[in-house]
Design a protein around this ligand. Structure first.
Ligand SMILES: Cc1cc2nc3c(=O)[nH]c(=O)nc-3n(C[C@H](O)[C@H](O)[C@H](O)COP(=O)(O)OP(=O)(O)OC[C@H]3O[C@@H](n4cnc5c(N)ncnc54)[C@H](O)[C@@H]3O)c2cc1C
Ligand SMILES: Cc1ncc(C[n+]2csc(CCOP(=O)(O)OP(=O)(O)O)c2C)c(N)n1
Ligand SMILES: [Mg+2]
Length: 552
């Protein structure tokens, strides 16, 4: 309560029952998930959408181990989540007691920090510290494992006297004046600069400063998958997503740049392609809150360790207004060449492509939805064809990429932002990994809509088989349930969409309906996500969609 927690997502069991028993005494709403993985994804979606800390609760043993995928997801994407697990009583620890798992041992590499609490008077300070660590500096998941006897004990706690000061933890770095000067020299002297905007911009709520910075010196902006929404897609300086499935002109711009200004992004391998040829002519400035990220993958000329908002606010007055029109014109030229390879510009061949479905979803929702995607081809098409203008309007798992993320994360997102029009964009494979959470949706009376991009395949893997394994489609075709009938079993309205003309009316009907709606959108099974940078290739060596005549 003192941490401002309004919702917890969880699943009960014997070892956490004392906590559950006391929950009704507090004004905290408990959401009963259908699987503990779902509970953690819900807490994660809640944090990503709302900007606070998400909380998940589970019992010992299987409850705690079911959380592992959710915790690793939050860790990879720096999402602030506190997981509270029950543990067997302290006297039983180490005895292979019923449902005993050493969950602090299991989660050591996938949490920012974790605790085993065995005394009642340690609980409140540990939780207070857990929230502080989860949200401060580089955010991340923290697990607090509490033995049953500690939960049953009683202790006094003085909140104000217990300001957390974890030993050795210093989240408040600031660059030195000389580093600022070096950065400004590079920025003001650049002729072909590109800003690389990442998830840290959203985490640091620095969207406005990024925009002011880009506009001051007319610097074009590329975004990472997790940076989408941190710079408006409709802004004239917005280039699009870079990386493995980034747009060709964005990757070309990165490769031809003479300066990269990386803001709150960690040069993931999906972003850089092979490091040996990454942006060879560019000087590099990296603004990053975690010193461990500096020079980890990409060696930089200037590293500014600190919060991106604070660093940009300090830099901004020193940035000289600049006109990079020749550079922008050059990027535009590459962008024009790409038109003949964009499926949006091809003549209608009577088939429904996923890219069309996403594009029409974007149009029908006025671009204002909070979209929560799963992992696979549909995720990439969403990133390419839904144009996000608002911060925190795309919620997606980038680093771990677990199928099954979308539905539970969207439930969390909707609870954090009740006013938002929340859409799940999910593959037919990934949906089946956590579709039990439809039960949670119904029990909680949550209004979100679900678009299953149903291609009858584990599409992203099918694509790898097509490109690199001689099109031997082994273990990727799916025999699916009838998703519309499945929805009806939960009392949810289902609509099947089989042609392009059906997409917008179905989205409109879903939006208008007073309750969740599931769209089963049957798309072309054999399509691939283009462009694609193959493993080991340079960013500018992309596999492109075969060119066609542009119509319209
Ligand atoms: C199928 C699939 C395909 C993918 N293809 C692509 C692709 O083509 N392109 C792409 O970009 N990604 C792609 N990804 C995602 C990719 O794997 C990474 O997850 C993503 O690129 C990471 O983005 P990021 O570095 O912005 O965010 P994060 O990994 O979340 O890193 C954020 C960084 O910001 C720092 N930070 C946090 N808070 C602050 C703050 N306040 N101030 C300063 N710094 C801060 C953190 O320390 C961290 O280093 C793909 C993922 C999947 C599953
Ligand atoms: C839990 C998990 N298992 C396996 C994978 C590997 N994987 C990545 S994408 C993908 C296919 C996803 O299929 P689907 O959900 O139908 O989406 P599509 O690619 O067809 O859009 C697989 C198997 C994964 N990311 N997560
Ligand atoms: Mg699929």
């Amino acid at each position: 309560m003192r941490e401002g927690v309004s919702h917890v997502f969880g699943y009960p069991g014997g070892a956490i029952l004392p906590v559950y028993d006391s929950l009704p005494d507090y004004p905290v709403h408990h959401v009963l998930a259908r699987h503990e993985q779902g509970a953690v994804h819900m807490a994660d979606g809640f944090a990503r959408a709302g900007g606070g800390v998400g909380v998940a609760l589970a019992t010992s043993g299987p409850g705690a181990t079911n959380m592992v995928t959710g915790i690793a997801t939050a860790m990879m994407d720096s999402s602030p989540v506190v997981c509270i697990t029950g543990q067997v009583s302290s006297g039983l620890i180490g005895s292979d007691a019923f449902q005993e798992t050493d969950i602090t041992g299991v989660t050591l590499p996938i949490t920012k920090h974790n605790y085993l609490v065995t005394e009642a008077d340690e609980i409140a300070p540990a939780l207070r510290e857990a929230f502080y660590i989860a949200r401060s500096g580089r955010p991340g998941p923290v697990l607090v494992d509490i033995t049953k006897d500690a939960q049953q004990g009683a202790a006094a706690f003085d909140w104000d006297a217990a300001e957390p000061t974890p030993p050795g933890y210093r989240p408040d770095h600031r660059p030195r004046a000389a580093e600022y000067r070096q950065a400004l020299d590079l920025i003001n002297g650049a002729r072909r600069p590109v800003m690389l905007v990442g998830h840290g911009v959203a985490l640091g709520r620095a969207e406005e400063l990024v925009r002011a910075f880009a506009e001051r010196s007319t610097i074009p902006v590329a975004v990472t998958l997790l940076g989408i929404g941190a710079f408006p897609a409709s802004h004239p300086l917005h280039l699009g997503m870079m990386g493995m499935h980034g747009e060709a002109w964005v990757n070309e711009a990165v490769q031809q740049a003479d300066l990269l200004i990386a803001l709150g992004m960690r040069f993931d391998d999906r972003v850089t392609g092979t490091l040996s040829t990454f942006a060879p002519g560019a000087r590099k400035i990296h603004v990053e809150i975690d010193p461990a990220e500096l020079n980890k993958n990409v060696t930089v000329d200037v590293g500014l360790v600190g919060d991106v908002g604070e660093v940009l606010a300090t830099l901004l007055p020193g940035v000289a207004p600049n006109d990079h029109s020749a550079w922008l014109a050059r990027i535009d030229e590459i962008r024009q060449h790409a038109a003949s390879r964009s499926i949006q510009n091809f003549a209608d061949d009577g088939r429904l492509y996923a890219a069309h479905a996403i594009h029409d979803l974007w149009q029908a929702t006025g671009g204002r939805a909070v979209v929560v995607t799963d992992v696979g081809q549909h995720q990439m098409w969403e990133a390419q064809y839904y144009r996000h203008d608002a911060p925190r309007s795309l919620i997606t798992s980038g680093g771990l990429g677990p199928m099954g993320f979308a539905l539970p994360a969207a439930i969390g997102a909707k609870l954090a932002r009740p006013e938002a029009d929340v859409w799940v964009v999910v593959g037919d494979g990934g949906f089946q990994m956590t579709m039990a959470e439809l039960g949670t949706l119904v029990q909680e009376r949550i209004k979100i809509n679900i678009a299953i991009i149903n291609n009858g395949y584990l599409g992203m893997v099918r694509q790898l088989q097509e490109f690199f394994y001689g099109a031997r489609y082994h273990a990727t075709p799916l025999v699916n349930p009838d998703f519309v009938t499945l929805a009806s079993a939960y009392g949810i309205r289902g609509i099947r969409v089989t042609d392009r003309a059906g997409v917008m009316p179905a989205v409109d009907a879903a939006t208008a309906h007073d309750g969740p709606v599931l769209l089963d959108i049957r798309v072309e099974p054999d399509d691939a996500v283009y462009p694609m940078v193959a493993a080991g290739a340079g960013l500018d060596q992309m596999i492109r969609r075969p060119a066609q005549e542009v119509v319209g």
